[in-house]
Design a protein around this ligand. Sequence first.
Ligand code: NAD
Ligand code: LMR
Length: 327
Amino acid sequence: MTTPTPKRIAVTGAAGQICYALLFRIAKNDVYGPDQPVILQLLDLPQAQDAVRGVVMELEDCAFPLLVDTIITDDPATAFRDADAAFFVGSRPRSKGMERRDLLSANAEIFRAQGRALNEAAKREAKVVVVGNPANTNAMILAANAPDFPTENVTSMIRLDHNRALTQLAAKAGVAVDSIDRLAVWGNHSPTMFADWTNATSQDDSLSDMIGDDAWYRETLIPNVARRGISIIEARGASSTASAANAAIGHMHDWINGSDGKWGSMGVHSNGEYDIPAGLMFGVPVICTDGRYERVEGLTFNDFQREMMARTIAELQEEREAVAALL
Ligand code: NAD
Ligand code: LMR
């Protein structure tokens, strides 16, 4: 049997907390699946290069059979060179006293520079997921600064919110997590996100009928999912790490290998579907098949859904205005 050509996987923020969980799962090959060798191309800031070297020593000490090489760099173009997939995890964290607008601008500069490097160096078919916050707007800036790179291949992560909603709904309904389908998380990865159970089913039965408690859905489920990231920061003094890495793996795994006809949620470039303003990077339900995602089409919205959509659209439009100069 011939060995497949290794896939090159670029990861930014390699010295950070999420990557300390993510890199080991990629190296074990939870993304492409068994028998596919991988090369990790790790980017972090100059001052973090020693820390990345330490992580790579640990990767080596795992003796992963499918990890055939590791590149460590502080140069984005080197990290993205010929990449088949890229996880954009690195970003500037919010520091004390920093306004959201300042955070947006600081990260916008990073994603503008990285967009240019992606444009120059990555394979055109590379699959990109942005995890670093504010993930949707960072992804929008990345795509805008990579004009020769297919916009469809730049996505942002809302999978963690999808997973959070799945677990909370399964517990309430008393069903298995993996029995649930047709859940959607719309919009921004922020407290305005909209976890939408309207079409959700468990074994083809309507989940909202099974739970039968609209007040719980509106007043508990939606805010709990939306605030889960903040609850984790309050409880552990740091933002989610292993669950964020797990969501990034799930996002990329399904995009590459397919989702068996099941709905997932991905932040994708809007072409104006469902009156979502064109150009926003927006969480929508998708089905993945053969290395492609397809937006779920033909859904209709009630007044409550329209109100929730309008809220998260307005926030993303504000974010877009704050970084307009970089687009
Ligand atoms: P972290 O601070 O531990 O690590 C970030 C890493 O990025 C650091 O090693 C830093 O040196 C690096 N970095 C900063 N600027 C860089 C640049 N220009 N190029 C390359 N690397 C750079 O943070 P973390 O806990 O790993 O989280 C990373 C990001 O993911 C944060 O923005 C966090 O808010 C976000 N996050 C997103 C989700 C989501 O669901 N989308 C969930 C959890 C966390
Ligand atoms: C999360 O959802 O856990 C994170 O995005 C929270 C954060 O602000 O880092």
